[in-house]
Design a protein around this ligand. Structure first.
Ligand SMILES: C[S@@+](CC[C@H](N)C(=O)[O-])C[C@H]1O[C@@H](n2cnc3c(N)ncnc32)[C@H](O)[C@@H]1O
Ligand SMILES: [Zn+2]
Length: 405
């Protein structure tokens, strides 16, 4: 196929530019019939321009990973739609030594194939018309495995986790998007237990719990293969969450990862929260107010950002002029400070509301907590959120004192 040939897609298309590539994509403005239409899903081939940030961060994270391991890397993106993500990996990651993309939709593969040629990447990028699990399973044998697998589905990534992990080399990097936040954030708890093997909770920090539930699910799937994981980065943006986990072969590594699973107990009466190895610890009575506590989990209790990896990503980001560079720099700066801070955060509006007090500025509250000797950092999960080692009781007392001044 020549790029100059008209591609007969039978639906409106347009050329879009993202990162260093140009791709032919569905013309979303022509596909929306009413304001409530979700244009990316209406398109015969899925395309969501809002996910540019997600793709930018993936490019930066994989480049940071490539620099850290200091050799050429192979990448796989088995749910590719237009091909834009994999095409960006091939075009923008120095040291990318072959990218394999795939999709189950014939139309998507046709479009992706066109886009590969449009960007002159035929020498290093291959597209296959195949079910993702089949494609990944064909790469589960030694010497066929990838350094990086990026799962970016519509909805839950869980159906692909097993084959993605089996298709990764030792110390490979798995990146996973989940857009099914209704189960993960506790709107449909049964669906979350069914899919992710952990109970969610509708708390003000449910997006962090969602990241921890997804990471916990990856741990459980990997452990069956005697593989452990280390979460190097994660973020919650718009309508999705994303987890980057480096895997490590070996039963001991798997055992260590399983040991990092546990529960977060939460008191809806006084907002106290704590981590525990069992949901029935202390008969689930809140140590602050005695109310019955609820729980989320099993989930990943360990770090959800690696400070060193955030620094490497920040360095990569600085060297690129992406449309989202500023946003990414702010996200990485927050993640770097969050990396060392306690799990879960307080949302000032929620806690002030409970106490019928005026809501202070985040910076003021951070200062008050720090001058009282506590760790206090903002969080990318919520612009009104604060991570601190102060208890809910202390946070409330300090809020009251602040309101009285
Ligand atoms: C959310 S879109 C991918 C978006 C893309 N990663 C990006 O960044 O633009 C999900 C894609 O997965 C494809 N898909 C769904 N089920 C699949 C399966 N079992 N195997 C392979 N592809 C599948 C769909 O056809 C769709 O194109
Ligand atoms: Zn309580």
């Amino acid at each position: 196929m020549m790029v100059s040939d008209e591609l007969k897609m039978h639906f409106p298309t347009e050329i879009v530019q993202e990162g260093q590539v140009r791709v032919l994509a569905p013309k979303l403005s022509a596909l929306v019939r009413q304001p409530s239409d979700y244009a990316p899903s209406r398109a015969p081939v899925f395309y969501n321009p809002i996910m540019e940030l997600n793709r930018d961060i993936a490019v930066i994270a994989f480049q940071a990973y490539q620099r850290a391991i200091n050799r050429r890397i192979t990448l796989c993106e088995p749910l590719t739609s237009t091909g834009i993500r994999g095409i960006r990996f091939a075009a923008e990651i120095h040291g990318a030594n072959g990218v394999l993309i795939g999709d189950i939709s014939e139309r998507a593969v046709e479009l992706a194939r066109y886009n590969i040629i449009l960007n002159g990447l035929q020498h290093c990028l291959t597209v296959q018309h195949k079910d993702a699990n089949l494609l990944l399973s064909e790469h589960a044998a030694p010497h066929r495995r990838f350094d990086v697998v990026d799962l970016d589905p519509f909805g839950s990534p869980v159906p692909y986790l097993d084959s993605a992990i089996r298709a990764l080399r030792d110390e490979g990097l798995l990146a996973v998007t989940a857009t099914d936040l209704a189960p993960l954030c506790g709107v449909h708890p049964k669906a979350c237990v069914r899919k992710y093997g952990g109970k969610p909770l509708r708390t003000e920090y449910c997006h962090e719990l969602a990241v921890r539930l997804l990471a916990g699910c990856i741990v459980a799937v990997a452990a069956k293969h005697d593989i452990g994981i280390h979460v190097v980065f994660s973020h919650s943006t718009d309508h999705y969450i994303r987890v980057y986990a480096q895997i490590a072969y070996g039963a001991k590594r798997a055992d260590a990862a399983v040991k990092s699973l546990g529960y977060i107990l939460h008191c809806f009466n006084c907002l106290h929260r704590e981590s525990a190895k069992s949901p029935f610890a202390k008969d689930a009575a809140c140590p602050e107010c005695g109310s019955k506590m609820d729980y989320a989990g099993p989930l990943w209790l360990e770090k959800i950002f690696d400070k060193g990896f955030c620094k490497l990503m920040a360095k990569e980001n600085m060297q690129r002029a992406l449309r989202n560079s500023g946003k990414i720099a702010r996200l990485l700066a927050l993640a770097e400070t969050e990396a060392e801070a306690p799990a879960t955060y307080y949302v000032l509006d929620r806690i002030s509301d409970k106490l019928a007090l005026p809501v202070p500025a985040v910076d003021t509250m951070l200062q008050v907590l720090r001058s009282s000797g506590f760790i206090a950092v903002p969080t990318h999960f919520n612009s009104r959120g604060i991570r601190t080692n102060a208890s809910a009781l202390v946070v409330k007392k300090l809020l009251q004192r602040l309101a009285a001044t």
